[in-house]
Unconditional design. Structure first.
Length: 505
């Protein structure tokens, strides 16, 4: 019993170390070493012990990585501190299953051959990452491949295989590292091949030179406690208008970006605000402004409006993928007692948009991904036309010093996967101009009120991943079940030979 408990504790410690690979620490080596340590810890175990050990590892990793989550509940009105910590533990426990089940299945159904089992484990975990972003959980945050974000030569391979493919390669690499002691030449060659392949895949994703188009990102730095104060709504709009009017650049036809819900009420109900925007913008300027919208049925929507220099609304995008417990409450009647209420404004849940259009402009299409939407692999492939850039207005005031860098990391990954620049305007930071290779051309730190003026990065050629997208799931299915089926067939043949020999004797 003591040995079992101590191994679970060791697994939890390794999981805590693994979390350091994500932003803001970005300690890639620590995360990779801890994953190799996990493989060492379970090397002689059967499926059932592996399930619990990996659950402890992944659960600890998620608790540390998502430590910003309770902060969001503290900011609710009234604060729900206990519910925040319960939500962190519950979500971490659920997410850990997308690790422990793949590890256990690989051991249970793949044979004892280390290579076959490692391939099955890596593929099943990649499938698990895909599943957690597409199932009822719908939570794609912090894919394992994100630990390579500060290693450009490796992470750029996401333009070909996607971040889920990079997660597959990460597990495979960690398992091979463990096997170096037994087969240093063979495994060392394998690691060298994987590294060289990743670098080769990423070579074509280097960003082209920036365009001449000037852009401006506005960061109002409005605290979340103030955000929905009925007496201070107009004051917030005045802050954004003042910052916009003070843009120092004299370049014509600016593209200006306000954060998510920068206008904290339904824009169509406030024509005076549109008039003020028209007076503030110069001829040729275009403003992407986050605001509340209202659909045909009268439901609120989280929207982005494209407004020209005459104060006219040229187009509108309504957020399609809503945040559970933030913009709608699943199983609301059951969870209301737990105080897991949404922190979106008003008493009505937000309504999702019906499509993912690309907004047409004279200088190219503009895709929009509001806040949480930018965390989903393949989101950019759903635009009706390939855009020249992606607009990512968001509000990270909920997240604090740990969550905001992680959210920025997701936006950088989307840029890489799609070969498109991302213009990320946030309420309190981190606002950033992101090039198509995931590098940051300029940014505003958290807690700063200001304007970031820069040149619009150019889009790269359409990436392999943007063309294939979800088709990679088939590769992981083959990688998962191919070794398992081959292993079971091999075992059946061996068992048949054994039975034949016994009959002859």
């Amino acid at each position: 019993m003591f040995r079992r408990t101590s191994r679970l504790l060791i697994a939890a410690i390794l999981g805590t170390i693994a979390a350091q690979g994500f932003a803001p620490a970005n300690a890639t080596v620590l995360s990779l070493a801890s994953l190799s340590g996990l493989f060492y810890l379970i090397r002689h175990d059967r499926a059932a012990p592996i399930f619990w050990i990996v659950t402890a590892y992944a659960g600890a990793m998620w608790i540390v990585a998502l430590r910003w989550l309770p902060r969001a509940f503290v900011m609710m009105d009234p604060p729900a501190v206990t519910a925040g910590w319960l939500a962190l533990v519950a979500l971490s426990a659920i997410l850990s299953l997308f690790w422990s089940v793949p590890f256990a299945l690989a051991r249970r159904y793949a044979n004892r051959n280390h290579g076959t089992q490692l391939l099955a484990t890596s593929s099943l975990l990649a499938l698990g990452e895909w599943a957690r972003s597409t199932t009822i959980i719908g939570f794609a945050w912090n894919p394992l491949g994100a630990i390579w974000l500060d290693v450009p030569a490796i992470v750029r391979s996401a333009s070909v295989i996607g971040i889920t493919g990079l997660s597959f390669g990460t597990v495979l690499t960690a398992g091979l590292v463990l096997q170096i002691a037994g087969h240093p030449r063979r495994v060392g060659a394998s690691l060298g091949f994987i590294g060289a392949l990743a670098i080769l895949l990423g070579r074509s994703s280097v960003a082209p030179p920036d365009t001449a188009q000037q852009v401006a990102l506005i960061q109002g730095n409005i605290p979340q406690r103030v955000k929905w104060d009925e007496n201070r709504l107009d004051e917030q709009v005045d802050i954004y208008l003042g910052l916009t009017a003070g843009i120092s650049s004299t370049a014509p036809d600016m593209r200006i970006f306000w954060p998510e819900a920068a206008i904290p009420y339904v824009l169509e109900d406030r024509k005076a605000v549109l008039d003020e925007i028209g007076k503030t913008l110069r001829t040729g300027d275009m403003l992407f402004a986050g605001a509340l919208g209202r659909d045909a049925d009268g439901h609120y929507a989280n929207s982005v409006y494209l407004i020209d220099a005459s104060g006219r609304v040229r187009n509108r995008y309504d957020k399609r993928i809503l945040v559970p417990f933030g913009e709608y409450v699943p199983f609301e009647s059951l969870l209301e007692a737990l105080r897991l209420a949404r922190y979106a404004p008003g008493r009505d849940a937000l309504a999702p948009g019906a499509a993912i259009p690309a907004i047409p402009l004279a200088d190219g299409e503009a895709g929009v991904a509001i806040c949480f939407e930018a965390t989903f692999p393949g989101f950019g492939s759903g635009f009706t036309a390939r855009p020249a850039y992606i607009v990512n207005p968001t509000n990270d005031a909920w997240f604090g010093p740990a969550g905001a860098p992680q959210h920025l990391a997701q936006a950088r990954i989307r840029a890489l996967e799609n070969g498109l620049p991302v213009l990320r305007a946030t309420q309190t930071g981190i606002s950033a101009i992101i090039r198509s290779d995931g590098s940051i051309a300029g940014h505003l730190e958290s807690g700063v009120r200001g304007v970031l003026v820069g040149r619009l990065p150019a889009a790269a050629q359409a990436t392999v991943f943007s063309k294939i997208g979800a088709g990679y799931v088939l590769v992981f299915l083959v990688g998962s079940f191919g070794p398992i089926l081959a292993s079971r067939r091999r075992n059946a043949v061996r068992q048949g030979r054994w039975n034949f020999r016994r009959k002859r004797e």
